[in-house]
Design a protein around this ligand. Structure first.
Ligand code: BGC
Length: 429
């Protein structure tokens, strides 16, 4: 049974349950009720359909348990994370929540003691053998692992309406340069078609357009340099990326600030604009609308980013003092299972974290993305909390909000230099 609500759940038995092993049989459960509260921001059509697949995986293991679906709308978690933070600080955690590995998991939740290690599930479920060590490392602190991944999104997707482009005599090959994009954009504009769809009522979506453009200009090696301090945000190549980003914004839809990310994707589907730079949760929207890969829509890496894979992985955790600890262990086991990963990811757009899935169960986009994961340089996303601390993520969003209206490259780069300086003392960056 699934119930949607957002409300406090009593912590009556939190102390009693804290000592129970993750592997303990249900019979020793001290749970007050048979629930599981799952906190996420998966509310768009594609996201909600995918979340249902995780619920089904859990339901098969715990048929009598009631799922409390605590979602907070707002792509990228911009609205959900502050609510979660308040709950955690108030000692009122959901059982489990959606999290990105890297800084977000380790810096915000592990550091503060809000989550428990699930290392023993990795052992009992054999996940160490079937999930890439590089991904596990981004969830590990002091030898303990703190989350299990439902899937791995590719952040640097560039989606397009295939029929619309061919009507305009524009064909996109296996990669797209900035010059090729601008040529296509001019042609579309001349035909009265909006070239680029953006839905940045949540500013992160425009920050993502910038993130992808920055990576496309500086390349993966310097991208990593931005996070280890060897490349500065006022370096010439970063400023060049900002200039190109400003140029791209000149081709965006005028109602961008009124739209959410998925409404922008919908505009691509409807043909009222041509391209959309977005992580492959956009695939989930195409899939949910029953559109067909390579027929109705196409994709390519965001200009300049071919050969790079921006990782935006989605994990779930075990809250410290989780109210429904044993249900949660079953939830996490379901998420890491082959069946659930094979059911969830085709709907969500991400690829499975497990490498032993049956690839024939996935369509053309997923197989392309799985190949990309194997061969591309994997880099963390800053917009989705992996590459840098939350303080810098916020500074980036603020700087993007200003840049979208004033296009001032110097002010933009200075804001990021200051943002990184402010974040550095606490992080050692
Ligand atoms: C998450 C995705 C989600 C996207 C848009 C990202 O931060 O990792 O799972 O679909 O935000 O809401």
């Amino acid at each position: 049974m699934i119930r949607t609500r957002y409300s406090a759940i009593a912590l009556a038995l939190s102390l009693a349950t804290a000592a129970v092993s993750l592997l303990a049989p249900a019979s020793v459960s001290a749970q007050a009720d048979n629930q599981l509260e799952v906190f996420s921001w998966w509310t768009s059509g594609g996201e909600a359909a995918a979340l249902d697949q995780l619920f089904a995986g859990f339901g098969a293991r715990r048929p009598s348990a009631e799922i409390v679906n605590a979602t907070i709308a707002g792509g990228g978690g911009s609205a959900a994370r502050p609510v979660l933070q308040t709950r955690l600080a108030g000692g009122n955690p959901p059982d489990t929540w959606q999290v990105h590995p890297g800084w977000e998991l380790l810096g915000q939740y592990v550091e503060a003691g809000y989550v428990e290690p699930i290392t023993e599930l990795y052992q009992s479920e054999g996940w160490n053998q079937v999930m890439p060590q590089g991904l596990i490392d981004t969830m590990t602190r002091d030898g303990q692992i703190y989350a299990v991944l439902a899937g791995v999104h590719r952040g640097n997707g560039f989606w397009y309406n295939k029929k619309l482009l061919s009507q305009q005599g524009i064909s996109v090959g296996s990669s797209l340069s900035f010059d090729e994009f601008f040529q296509a954009a001019d042609k579309l504009k001349a035909a009265g078609i909006t070239p680029l769809c953006v839905g940045d009522s949540g500013i992160w979506a425009s920050a993502e357009l910038f993130e992808n453009t920055l990576l496309g200009v500086v390349g993966p090696e310097k991208w990593m340099g931005l996070w280890n301090g060897s490349v500065a945000f006022d370096s010439p190549e970063v400023k060049q990326a900002m200039t190109i980003y400003g140029r791209m914004l000149d081709y965006e839809n005028s109602d961008h600030a009124a739209l959410s990310w998925d409404q922008a994707t919908k505009k691509v589907m409807e043909g009222s604009c041509a391209f959309n730079s977005m992580g492959d949760w956009a695939y989930g929207e195409f899939h949910n609308a029953r559109l067909v890969d390579n027929e109705d829509f196409g994709w390519v890496s965001h200009p300049g980013t071919d050969g790079a894979f921006v990782i935006v992985a989605d994990g779930f955790v075990m809250a410290r003092n989780a109210p429904h600890r044993e249900n949660n262990a079953e939830w996490l086991k379901a998420i890491g299972s082959k069946e659930t990963q094979e059911a969830f990811n085709p709907v969500k757009g991400s690829i499975p974290a497990r490498t032993d899935v049956d690839r024939s169960k996935f369509g053309p986009y997923h197989n392309w993305s799985m190949d990309s994961f194997k061969t591309a340089t994997l880099v963390p996303s800053v917009v989705h909390g992996e590459a840098a601390p939350a303080a810098f993520q916020q500074a980036l969003n603020d700087a993007v909000t200003t840049f979208v209206t004033n296009h001032n490259v110097d002010a933009f780069s200075q804001a990021l230099v200051s943002g990184m300086r402010a974040a550095a003392p606490t992080t050692g960056l």
